[in-house]
Design a protein around this ligand. Structure first.
Ligand SMILES: Nc1ncnc2c1ncn2[C@@H]1O[C@H](COP(=O)(O)OP(=O)(O)OP(=O)(O)O)[C@@H](O)[C@H]1O
Length: 647
């Protein structure tokens, strides 16, 4: 066997689906004995009426089985069972275009180039690769356009679809699967897209398998192979140009005025008798395909055996120290104890290696996720709406409590200002996290299905980039409000600001945990709302006499630690309050009844603090609890994400 022949064999990829059956929860069988063979350099279209099992088949090829389903049959690449490692080198363009709508196309492609292309590629090479793909898919003019979503206009439907394909093409996958890539495109755009893919598949010698709904005549002619499914069974599988002949051969006439693609779909929608006849022929075809595939497999197994013997001979000829150069597979035997079995194992490993993704380092993933996380979170946490809301709250607090007079009558007002600021600054990130984290997760889950990055890299990146952003709102509210109200001195300001921002970060962590409680966002929101009300009422502001049997519950209110810290630090450093007449404070009454007219009739903050009937932990204890909450809830979020939600 010549080296050239071996090279050709190794370049030729064959994806085989052999006798696949899929049964979902409840016992419903969705795919019945499905066979498919797709070769490199060709495009195979999976067609069939809605619900015929196209997406289920594509998902199975990509290793995405519905939960609690059972599958039998085999999915092979070059006669080797496709492993999850090999699947990492597949590209899969799903029906939905799942992107962060806030990012531009350029930012999106940059991120994908970082997490999909090997770390060994230079930044310049990655950029070059992005530009090649952008040019190929004719996306140059919209590079700086935002992806856009339901409420914000961005890329058009066709551009979004091409962007989705571009992300998968970056790595030049050996197998590219596309689920309905032309849905939502007009026929000329659909044709253009298929022409682009047609050129690419030949240039790259890759395999394209795409499901498609009612292609136009011209688009239909872009495909080399067809698989027609009806009720999860094969109705036709083979060359496109032989399809009409096949149906006519089994007694299904082709009407001249029909478009071949429409004809193909119509034949399986005809009367049930007609359909049964087609499916019976399909079953016979499937059986023949199975036998042929088995023959092919055993032929190529003996081929592998031959190749290995050839290499083993070469190895022994070189006295066990030779390098064997077999096409793209190079084996260097360094041991004099050369064995053909070892060579076989090595060759098999290397032939799998041809399809392996070059691992991207954890660090590269973390950096790329951090940058993307920063862009996305900046839009959410520091959006115009949030800034307007923050400015309004800072303004209204400053106006309502402006230089509040330090009199006995105003003590309640003074304390309520501390409570309001603490609650607002900690509640806002809590609800913000619940609303945005769940939406983020849908995208992360989608991306992680193709093993793009590790969940730890994502989570840590999110935590790290959001911390500085989350500091902005507390600073913008507390800084003006503190001085406008006239709380106390600078040292109290600095300490209050530090603890309140720490509490607001802890609060975001608690929000993340709530957003992961269940898979239903409404349920999560209900639990979050209940917890917030609970925190408010047991926080120590509204009621100071909780029934003794429920007393323990107040410690579950995360807001109370920050509020009590604020009370202590501010009241101990604020100016004394002038006594009222009459006064409720003993300190005022003592001074006046003693006839000591020179003594000031004031109430020190420390006296007010002592009279707070609720148990107040010391300053250090409040800080420790806040710091612990900050770390504990973030860690808990990771554990739920990693082990319970399994994103
Ligand atoms: N996890 C599941 N549990 C139960 N039924 C399922 C599940 N997944 C798919 N099905 C059913 O299997 C059938 C095939 O679904 P599939 O999405 O593969 O069809 P399709 O050919 O891609 O349809 P369409 O063209 O409308 O996208 C449908 O009837 C669908 O309801």
């Amino acid at each position: 066997m010549t080296q050239e022949t071996l090279q050709q064999q190794q370049q030729q990829q064959v994806l085989t689906v052999r006798g696949v059956n899929l049964t979902v929860e409840g016992g419903r069988q969705i795919l019945h004995n499905v066979h498919l063979t797709a070769k490199s350099g060709s495009m195979l279209a999976v067609m069939g009426p809605s619900g015929s099992g196209k997406t289920s088949l594509m998902n199975l090829i990509c290793g995405r089985r519905p939960p609690s389903s059972t599958m039998d049959g085999e999915i092979l690449l070059n006669n080797r069972k496709v492993t999850s490692r090999m699947r990492k080198s597949f590209g899969y363009v799903t029906q939905e275009d799942v992107f962060f709508s806030q990012l531009t196309l350029k930012q999106t492609l940059w991120f994908f180039s970082q997490v999909k292309l090997p770390s060994s590629m230079t930044a310049k090479d990655k950029e070059k690769r992005v530009n090649e793909v952008v040019e190929l898919l004719q996306l140059t003019k919209c590079l700086d356009t935002k992806i856009g979503g339901m409420s914000d206009q961005g890329l058009s439907g066709g551009e979004k679809k091409r962007a989705n394909i571009a992300c998968e093409l970056l790595r030049n996958p050996k197998v590219l699967l596309l689920d309905e890539p032309t849905s939502g495109l007009d026929s000329s755009l659909a044709l253009k897209l298929m022409e682009i893919l047609g050129r690419w598949v030949v240039e790259q010698s890759s395999i394209v398998v795409t499901s498609i709904h009612q292609p136009s005549s011209q688009t239909f002619h872009e495909f080399h192979e067809l698989l027609l499914l009806a009720d999860g069974q094969i109705a036709y599988s083979g060359r496109r140009e032989l399809m009409v002949e096949y149906f006519e051969g089994i007694g299904v006439p082709f009407h001249k005025h029909w478009n071949a693609a429409d004809f193909m779909l119509e034949v399986v929608k005809e009367s049930s008798q007609h359909k049964a006849h087609i499916l019976e022929n399909g079953r016979q075809f499937a059986e023949r395909a199975k036998q042929e595939q088995q023959q092919l497999a055993s032929a190529s197994a003996s081929q592998v055996h031959l190749n290995l013997s050839y290499q083993a001979d070469a190895g022994s000829r070189q006295n066990g120290l030779a390098g064997l150069d077999e096409g793209s597979v190079r084996i260097r035997f360094t041991s004099p104890d050369f064995s053909p079995q070892a060579a076989a194992a090595k060759l098999q490993d290397d032939s799998e290696g041809v399809h392996l993704v070059h691992e991207v380092s954890w660090w590269t993933q973390f950096l790329a996720l951090s940058y993307r996380g920063f862009l996305v979170s900046r839009e959410a946490i520091l959006s115009v709406q949030v800034l307007v809301q923050t400015a309004f709250v800072a303004f209204i607090v400053s106006v309502l409590w402006f230089q509040v007079a330090k009199t006995e009558n105003n003590i309640a007002d003074f304390i309520s200002a501390i409570f309001f600021l603490t609650s607002y600054v900690t509640f806002a990130p809590f609800f913000e996290a619940i609303m945005t984290f769940y939406a983020d997760l849908a995208i992360v889950r989608h991306e992680r299905k193709s093993g793009m990055y590790r969940i730890g890299a994502y989570y840590l990146a999110k935590m790290v980039v959001e911390i500085p952003l989350l500091l902005v709102v507390p600073i913008f509210i507390i800084a003006p409000a503190y001085w406008c109200v006239g709380f106390a001195d600078f040292s109290a300001f600095a300490a209050f600001l530090v603890v309140i921002t720490l509490n607001s970060l802890a609060s975001q962590g608690i929000g993340i945990v709530f957003s992961l409680l269940s898979t239903n966002p409404r349920t999560n929101m209900t639990f979050a709302f209940i917890y917030m009300i609970f925190c408010f009422l047991t926080g120590g502001f509204f009621t100071k006499s909780i029934p003794f049997w429920f007393d323990w519950a107040k410690y579950l209110s995360y807001i109370r630690y920050c509020y009590h810290f604020g009370l202590i630090i501010i009241l101990e450093r604020t100016d004394d309050f002038r006594c009222g007449e009459p006064s409720l404070y003993a300190v005022c009454n003592r001074n006046s009844t003693a006839g000591n007219s020179t003594a000031p009739l004031t109430i020190p903050g420390s006296v007010i603090l002592e009279l707070q009937p609720d148990t107040i932990l010391p300053v250090w204890a409040n800080i420790i609890v806040t710091v612990c909450m900050f770390f504990a809830f973030r860690l808990l979020g990771y554990v739920i994400l990693r082990f319970c939600r399994k994103v």
